[in-house]
Design a binder for this molecule. Structure first.
Ligand SMILES: C[S@@+](CC[C@H](N)C(=O)[O-])C[C@H]1O[C@@H](n2cnc3c(N)ncnc32)[C@H](O)[C@@H]1O
Length: 223
């Protein structure tokens, strides 16, 4: 607990909060969880969910330019729980995860340490300020998974995504940030969208999965 406790100035309490609106972090002796009143299981990235997705033939790996012969450096700038970034790390890429929310960053940090993931690091930062501060290209592939655009639809997202949305207030993805991304990568920028979401700008190509697609842009970064 000391790791994130110090970094985030957390307050330790013996009893779980009872306020339904309140999220809290719980360390159960093995892993850190993001919980809320009435849900002690909470959410965290399960290592068992990463391995089955770690395939070179998968849509995520293909979109990010990962092959057996080539493992680009990846910057996952909106990491959330890190489920996509950890698939890329499991395939052998060196991955930098950036997350703006302290509780989510703590979950990422806990995962990296508890699973001894050596090829990844997690940074607590606003990615746009962080990228602007780099002054040029800082990765081969820049990966973006912002919240999907709202749509008038019935089905609720899964629990993990509901928690992330409530916790972070769903910061919108502004298309002008795409330009900054294009300047921040040497090779490509990959944007995850739902299959029917509108395109942003002009992707060079698209790779479609079962429920999502990856729009791939040619990067223009130097450095
Ligand atoms: C859709 S979730 C990402 C889900 C993630 N790919 C996963 O596999 O769990 C979007 C995430 O982007 C983060 N985010 C939004 N704006 C950000 C910013 N400016 N800097 C860093 N993180 C940001 C949110 O806090 C949220 O956790």
């Amino acid at each position: 607990m000391a790791r994130w406790g110090d970094a985030l100035q957390l307050r330790e309490t013996a009893a779980a909060p009872t306020d339904q609106q309140c999220f809290y972090l719980w360390y159960d002796g093995q892993r850190l969880r993001l919980c809320r009143a009435g849900d002690r299981r909470g959410i965290y990235l399960r290592a068992a969910s990463v391995a089955p997705r770690a395939s070179f033939g998968g849509a995520l790996a293909r979109a990010c330019g990962v092959t057996r012969a080539r493992r680009p450096s990846v910057l996952d700038v909106m990491s959330g729980l890190g489920s996509d970034g950890m698939v890329l790390a499991a395939l052998g890429c060196s991955v930098t995860l950036i997350e703006q929310h302290p509780a989510l960053w703590a979950l990422l940090d806990d995962y990296l340490h508890s699973q001894s993931v050596r090829k990844a690091r997690a940074l607590l930062a606003d990615c746009w300020g962080w990228l602007a501060g780099q002054g040029g290209a800082c990765c081969d592939t820049l990966y973006l998974d912002p919240f999907f655009p709202p749509r008038a639809k019935k089905a609720l997202p899964g629990k993990a995504m509901q928690y992330l949305r409530e916790l972070t207030g769903q910061p919108p993805f502004e298309s002008e940030n795409l330009d900054l991304c294009l300047r921040s990568a040497r090779e490509r920028v990959v944007l995850k969208r739902r299959l029917r979401d509108p395109k942003l700008g002009q992707p060079a190509w698209q790779i479609k999965g079962r429920t999502v697609r990856y729009d791939v842009y040619r990067a223009i970064g130097v450095g």
